[in-house]
Design a protein around this ligand. Structure first.
Ligand SMILES: NC(=O)c1ccc[n+]([C@@H]2O[C@H](COP(=O)([O-])OP(=O)(O)OC[C@H]3O[C@@H](n4cnc5c(N)ncnc54)[C@H](OP(=O)(O)O)[C@@H]3O)[C@@H](O)[C@H]2O)c1
Length: 303
């Protein structure tokens, strides 16, 4: 199966590169923005027409969400119009259009979280334009998968100037001796990018029926809980303190967006408790610091 991954230079795209290398049945292509710009219908048509993929994963985005508030037109062009051009090209080629979406299509006021068929009500430009992209995908391509995800952490994209994930930013802070204070009033479904890439490929290889799915790790947590767990599992002996207000961001995030609903087929096997996925990520990318001679040392991963 040939799969084109758009947005491959980003956080999620990096995981797609890694996972594609593990799958003998997948030939994955990773165009840069100069080869395929989702806001340019001609470049979308040209690249997809020349490569004739069976599936296209559209992970292009304008992030962080605050940027969408200051650049709403660009956000609309990338998230909504981009989804339109990609899905129309997929329809012509008979390919599956996979749109990576977000928990921010919900307003975060539900106590019980959100199922794939829960009514959407985005509050930020990021969520509004991503919801528009979901609709463009569903209407534009008869074979489509809308995969809503959340709270991504995973290996950093190579190169300089790329924003590391939340977990990496927290651990860098801990290692630099800065106080680690994290908001505890925003709860979501933390998701390991490598797991999400595996879920996506499994859905494509299974030939999953068109629809909207929640592709996240199991469980829910506040950013504070994620940070405190990461610091503990990585063996950093640094206090993490909760902060109530979202004073550090320009765009106030929806407060509670746990996503529910199990994926079909083999993709389900890659939905695991977020703590288990985080522990695996940290073992691989953030080994515990060496113990000082004669000291009990900080608690290492898995303890
Ligand atoms: N990060 C999260 O916690 C999170 C949570 C929920 C959902 N999501 C969704 O997950 C997906 C991946 O997010 P991410 O965290 O990997 O984002 P990211 O690291 O910011 O990567 C976004 C990628 O999109 C590319 N891109 C931007 N505009 C483009 C355009 N016009 N044409 C083609 N490519 C373009 C960027 O290319 P350049 O490298 O050229 O800039 C970059 O490689 C997105 O759909 C996002 O909405 C993310």
């Amino acid at each position: 199966m040939r799969v084109v991954v758009i947005g491959a230079g980003g956080l999620l795209g990096t995981a797609f590169r890694r996972v594609a290398g593990e799958l003998p049945d997948v030939e994955a292509l990773f165009p840069g923005r100069s080869e395929l710009d989702v806001t340019d219908p001609l470049s979308v048509e040209r690249y997809l027409g020349a490569t004739a993929p069976d599936g296209v994963v559209n992970a292009a985005a304008l992030l962080p969400a605050d940027l969408c508030e200051t650049h709403p037109r660009t956000a609309y062009e990338i998230h909504a119009l981009g989804a339109r051009w990609v899905s129309r090209a997929c329809e012509r080629l008979g390919a599956v259009s996979v749109y990576i979406s977000t928990d921010f299509v919900f307003d975060g006021t539900s106590r019980d979280g959100y199922a794939p068929d829960s009514p959407t009500r985005p509050t930020l430009t990021y969520g509004i334009t991503k919801r528009a992209g979901e609709l463009e995908t569903c209407l534009g391509a008869s074979r489509h998968l809308v995969l809503r995800t959340a709270g991504l952490f995973g290996p950093p994209p190579p190169g300089t100037g790329v924003r590391p994930c939340f977990v990496d930013r927290i651990l860098r802070k801990a290692d630099s001796g800065e106080p680690v204070q994290v908001v505890d009033s925003v709860v979501m479904s933390p998701t390991y990018t490598v797991d999400l890439a595996r879920m996506t490929f499994a859905l494509l290889l299974d030939g999953a029926a068109s629809g909207v799915h929640h592709a996240v790790g199991q469980g829910a947590a506040s950013w504070y809980e994620v940070a405190a767990t990461a610091v503990r599992l990585a063996g950093r002996n640094v206090p993490v303190t909760p902060q109530r207000e979202q004073s550090h961001v320009a765009a106030t995030r929806p407060a509670r967006t746990p996503l529910t609903g199990a994926l079909p087929g083999r993709a389900r096997a890659h939905q695991r408790p977020w703590q288990e996925a985080l522990a695996e990520y940290l073992r691989e990318y953030w080994p515990a610091p060496p113990r000082a001679a004669g000291s009990a040392g900080p608690r290492g991963p898995g303890e």
